[in-house]
Design a protein around this ligand. Structure first.
Ligand code: FES
Length: 112
């Protein structure tokens, strides 16, 4: 095992858990479509490598899906639609802009 500080300051988690209609879930509510829209918006804006998005399992607010969270701020977006994705990307980028000095320090830190 290699232990180190977190490599990223921020990530976007998109719940893709799918219960196939047996009970509410983000995947069944269209979260995979949100992932595709996120990729599309990032490609259109030439943001490759700037948005760190991770598909996640259940975030425990299933009835309000699709759920997307910006970590570590815990900014939570529920019932997300494709039209919301550009605003979520904008928020992520604004937060990234605010902590550029901290990111530079993380990049320079040696692995532990
Ligand atoms: S299925 Fe997404 S929060 Fe539970």
């Amino acid at each position: 095992m290699i232990k180190r500080d977190q490599p990223y300051i921020r990530q976007l988690f998109v719940c893709i858990n799918n219960r196939h209609g047996e009970s509410p879930s983000c995947g069944y509510s269209g979260s995979e479509e949100m992932v595709e829209e996120l990729k599309k918006v990032c490609k259109e804006r030439n943001l490759k490598g700037k948005i760190r998005a991770a598909k996640s399992g259940c975030l425990d607010l299933c009835a309000f899906g699709p759920n997307i969270m910006i970590w570590p701020e815990g900014l939570w977006y529920m019932k997300v639609t494709k039209d919301d994705i550009p605003q979520i990307v904008d928020t992520f980028l604004k937060l990234e802009e605010q902590d550029k000095p901290a990111q530079a320090a993380l990049s320079a830190a040696p692995a532990k």
